[in-house]
Design a protein around this ligand. Sequence first.
Ligand code: DGJ
Length: 600
Amino acid sequence: MGLTWSHAPTLEVFWSSLNSTPMKNRSSLVLAFLIGLAISVGGAQAPAPAPATEPPHLEKRGAVTQLIVDGKPFLALAGELHNSTTSNLNYLEPIWGRLAAEHLNTVLAPVSWELIEPQEGKYDFTLVDGMLTEARRNNLRLVLLWMGSWKNGTSRYAADWVKTNQERYPRVQNQDGKTLEILTPLSTATRDADARAYAALMKHVRETDSTRHTVIMIQMQNEVGVLGDTRDHSAAANAVFGAAVPAELMTYLNQHKEALRPELREAWNAAGGKTSGTWAEIFGANPETDKIFMAWNYARYMGYVTAAGKSEYPIPVFVNTWIVQPQDKIPGDYPSGGPVAEVHDLWRAGAPAIDILCPDVYLPDFPGIVAEYARAGEPFFIPESRAGLGGAANAFYVIGQYGAIGYSPFGIEDTATWPGNSSEGISSFGSASVGYGSGDPLAKAYAVLRDLSPLILSHQADKTIAGVWLNASQTTQKVVLGNYTLNFESRRTRGAPANVPSVSYALAICLGPDEYLVAGTDIEVTFTPNTPGPATAGLLSVEEGQYVDGTWVPGRRLNGDEVQLRYDLSAAAAEGQSGAGLRFSANGPTVQRVKLYRYR
Ligand code: DGJ
């Protein structure tokens, strides 16, 4: 029986880690490599796991639903390309390597109807094949964005032969009878044409990728909904709007009455709680009902298209949402009928084939929006948001706090940074002697998440992980985790110039009864026991370090200035504190492991 090298720490990783590790820490790294090697040799008798043949899929594991790729939970450290980037393989070619170098493992890449079906029934998958080749070469996975009938509400990515045949593929009309460049979701001819094209794409993905699993998920269309009016007011749509709400939807609403989103339940109750009637009779005659009507029709259409694709190759499918912006007054200012939180029930009822309803989050209150869109135990993903420091904070938060399957900033080839990506005015106590160097804050955060991902994924399932996101208006957060409450505080609140715009963040994992791993940037944390016994927590030992192939490689043992947060010890004692805690500099994220003890 031979040695199973597939599980050994590879020499390549070892050499690259050794080169990036300061001289004085290299002995620990060599030791970790040898231990890893010994474990691999010791495990040589174990049969090699069978190659996973099942397609990427979602699976409930403990407290969360995770994305399973090649038989194992997968954390998508992703980024989305600009809309037109994948229309030309030469343009795309130099981008792949950069994305891999920035520690992405997944790229969200558009595939448009106009380019894969230039003539009705004649498919061209050259671009898809080119993307598969380059993604594999760069060890990246793909999430394909199906830009079929809609992208940001409009229908500009539809095939030319669809765009130019308005009779066969009708459009949304506004209240003035003007036609908008939006295919109506009420047309079965358009739905069927879209479903045929999408199913052909998924057949091609199955034929070319079902043993490689480069493509791990699909985004169905992009930010759908009617812009410019509250609903489709064409004669055909008016007739459907004036008819009874489908019995199928009424049955769903009745069966899920208690769990419905409050906005929907209130609208239904306010209109008299009827069990049958027209849309206006059931939900009231107002613009919100127009949105509900459009949500049902988009969901039916997209659920149908999704199911057609899944019958070819059943990998997870999500939709992304243009969420309501502060300046919006009525549906149509934002896409009416898109999967905003208050119409999620319509989407769940109308499109059971769609697995995840995701928000695109560009607004500053990331935690508030995530709280509105995530549902305990269900899969969650952020397909569009910020890069830079804000993106790093968002990724840590949503993966740590919500068990998300991944995070993806938009326009990743620009490696755009969020204003506020500045560490000016902040001292660097706690700069790590091992770590992830300087560079783009998101790339560094992804490197940390990559190294921690086996730990993160198992602790997501156990719910022994938390995420923390702080800014100028929310400077502290308490996290109850295991036997302690972790008191996080943004370092910006400690004598930093008030005008420094920023975000502080962390991810904490409970490793044992008195042991934690914390990774973070620009943040401090103290510990308060929350189980019976001595009331104060002291730091027994603190190590900074990093995981190399799943093995903890310690750097400095931190003590003294690096952990002493305050010297007013009596005041600290009155608060049940020792005065010491973990401190993470602005130049993060860095990783620390702490063992605690308790005293009276
Ligand atoms: C959201 C859309 O979904 C993306 O395709 C892109 O248009 C961005 N907005 C641009 O900010």
